[in-house]
Design a protein around this ligand. Structure first.
Ligand code: B12
Length: 475
């Protein structure tokens, strides 16, 4: 018998759940672009869309009045919160559609809390799904769509071929975004832009390629310019969310030349690999186009560890790269990860001391996290090394597995020590005395963050202590 589909109203809510605890970017609550792009596509089709990023604007119950469909976007660390929101919404009779990296890699788990899942990129599936629901039409199975009660496929939606088909994100649909300001640290607020997707590398701890592929797909230069020129240069800096904005060197150079020739006033930050420093011309273009900061996955200065994670970069690349970038007065946020199998107390302390002595402006020392979708996720489970499966602990700030040459508590303490050492009181005073005020603000925030993390994680530290002593603890 043919199922009867209920026609839904056109009011749609899209939610990005808040982080489970404090993390290095807590003071800098930027939304991911997924919900905003998909919401913009629905708005263009005539839906009344509100995006709630909980870090920016808390969810209030009355927002659900008159809503028949809600979308929830989640990464692993926010999955528990996403599931509890989804359960609450379904109890109210609201149809729940979930998407994002965690859902893509864990569909069996996620579908217990949702009516539909979209695996991988959402653009080619979600707007049509919501349109079918609103027309009361039968929902047709397509690759990337999981329907509650039907067979679960793990195949994500095929990757979008035409990046220019992605609409310019309409930030006016994000509740509270207009009034949010982060410019205590930087001269202006940051606005997200994604000019490309995908990364040709294959690091064993990263889950990006399963979502966005290893081939770098980018928007045309004209399309990126159209997007950024629609924003207010007086209010915003641009934060490029691309996994590796310099993956295609010819394209990024063309884009930056366009910034320069159009005298674009934006200052910008972006994520790159240290190998950008080998290209003098690229560095010149970055400096000339007002690149303020580069976020660089430096990971470790131990050659064995770099090899183990399949990073394809050497200690010398890091050392020489930092010098070349800082020579151009471009700031560096160095991102490091501790806990690989080749890591020991000594290698981690070497990395911390290298970072302290280097010209890197700010750092984040994260703990290796076996996120679903990474090579190490399956390996650690197979080898019985994972002891915590509480997704709220998968935020790069908590040890969830047995390291090889360290015990879990020591790894945790080394990470805390790293931040304490880098953001020391003396370091803070030096930043003030040398008039580096925005960095001083970050130092002061980082020191406060350490205190907050310690006070909020006493029972976690206790559990880790018990596990390290060989006792069993509920995960
Ligand atoms: C910007 C960014 C940040 C920002 C903002 C974070 C935020 N609000 O969550 C900052 C710097 C603060 C940050 C912090 C962290 N991040 Co981060 N971050 C990113 C980054 C670079 C871009 C996100 C983005 O907007 N992408 C572009 C949009 C278009 O992609 P998308 O949101 O995934 O949406 C697409 C699909 O997922 C799907 N979809 C998404 N939502 C929905 C919803 C519905 C209803 C549907 C149907 C479909 C759908 O369709 C969308 C369009 O195709 C990604 C890497 C990446 N390439 O995505 C990492 C990434 C999301 N971060 C990651 C991590 C681990 C973290 C941290 C935990 C640790 C850290 N690195 O510091 C923290 C935790 C933050 C938190 N929320 O708790 C991981 C998450 C992996 C995972 N499996 O969970 C990623 C994927 C990076 C990686 N190397 O693996 N991050």
């Amino acid at each position: 018998m043919k199922k009867l589909y209920k026609k839904i109203r056109k009011k749609i809510i899209l939610i990005e759940p808040k982080a489970p605890g404090v993390h290095v970017f807590s003071y800098y609550p930027l939304p991911r672009l997924g919900n905003i792009i998909l919401g913009t596509m629905l708005k263009e089709r005539g839906f009344d869309v509100t995006v709630i990023a909980e870090e920016i604007q808390p969810v209030r119950e009355e927002i659900f009045d008159g809503v028949d469909v809600a979308g929830i976007s989640t990464i692993t660390s926010t999955a528990n919160r996403a599931y509890s929101l989804a359960d609450r919404l379904r109890e109210r009779g609201i149809t729940v559609i979930m998407g994002g990296p965690h859902v893509t890699y864990m569909p069996e788990e996620a579908i217990l809390h949702a009516d539909y899942l979209v695996l991988g990129e959402g653009e080619q599936v979600f707007p049509d799904l919501v349109t079918s629901l609103s027309e009361g039409e039968e929902v047709k199975p397509v690759t990337g769509l999981v329907i509650r009660g039907e067979e679960i496929s793990h195949s994500p939606s095929p990757l979008l071929e035409d990046m220019d088909s992605i609409p310019i994100p309409d930030f006016s649909i994000v509740s509270g975004m207009e009034n949010k300001t982060w410019n205590a640290f930087f001269r202006k607020d940051a606005l997200p832009v994604q000019a490309s997707r995908g990364c040709p590398f294959d690091c064993n701890f990263c889950s990006v390629t399963g979502m966005f592929g290893r081939k770098c797909r980018h928007k045309s230069v004209g399309r990126v310019m159209e997007e950024i020129e629609s924003y207010d240069t007086k209010r915003y800096n641009l934060f490029f969310y691309d996994d590796n904005i310099a993956a295609n060197k010819a394209w990024i150079k063309e884009l930056l030349r366009e910034f320069i020739s159009r005298k674009t006033k934006f200052h910008w930050y972006g994520q790159v690999r240290i190998d950008v420093a080998k290209d003098e011309e690229l560095l010149e273009l970055m400096a000339e186009s007002h690149c303020d900061h580069l976020f660089i996955g430096l990971e470790s200065v131990n050659p064995e560890t770099l090899k183990e994670m399949n990073k394809n970069q050497t200690y010398e690349d890091i050392r020489d790269g930092i010098a070349a970038i800082r020579k151009r007065k471009i700031g560096i946020h160095g991102m490091f990860v501790f806990g690989f199998d080749t890591d020991t107390v000594e290698t981690i302390k070497n990395t911390i001391s290298f970072a302290k002595k280097s010209a890197i402006n700010t750092v984040q020392f994260m703990i290796l996290t076996p996120l679903p979708g990474t090579k190490i996720f399956n390996e650690f489970i197979k080898d019985g090394r994972t002891f915590f499966y509480n997704w709220s602990l998968y935020d790069g700030h908590h040890v969830t597995f047995w390291p090889k040459y360290l015990d879990p508590l020591s790894l945790q303490k080394l990470q805390l020590y790293g931040h304490k050492e880098f953001y020391s009181a003396i370091g803070l005073i030096k930043k003030f005395l040398t008039a580096h005020f925005s960095e001083a603000a970050i130092y002061s925030y980082a020191r406060n963050f350490n205190r907050l993390w310690n006070s909020g994680n006493k029972s976690f530290m206790n559990s880790l202590n018990l596990i390290t002593r060989g006792l069993k603890v509920n995960s």
